[in-house]
Ligand binder design. Structure first.
Ligand SMILES: [Zn+2]
Length: 81
């Protein structure tokens, strides 16, 4: 058994799932939405994803790796136009 960061700190890190149901939901969410909501890149593995269950968003864990090949650029939303 590998010691996880959660074990190291002795308590769940904010935003981490410590409930089996939440982890399953996180895995299901990642299966459905394997793309990072920040940079739009595909995340290769669940272990590399930080699933925000409560807001149903998935982003790269520990920050995005930076731009690679940009397939398409979404225009930024401009509040208040
Ligand atoms: Zn990202």
């Amino acid at each position: 058994m590998n010691a996880s960061a959660t074990d190291f700190f002795g308590m769940p890190i904010s935003g981490r799932y410590d409930d089996p149901l939440l982890e399953q939901l996180a895995r299901d969410t990642f299966a459905l939405f394997p793309h990072c909501c920040v940079c739009g890149q595909h995340i290769d593995a669940f272990e590399q994803a930080d699933v925000r269950v409560h807001v149903q968003r998935v982003v790269h864990r520990g920050g995005c790796p930076g731009p690679r090949t940009i397939e398409r650029i979404m225009p930024p939303e401009r509040p208040g136009g």
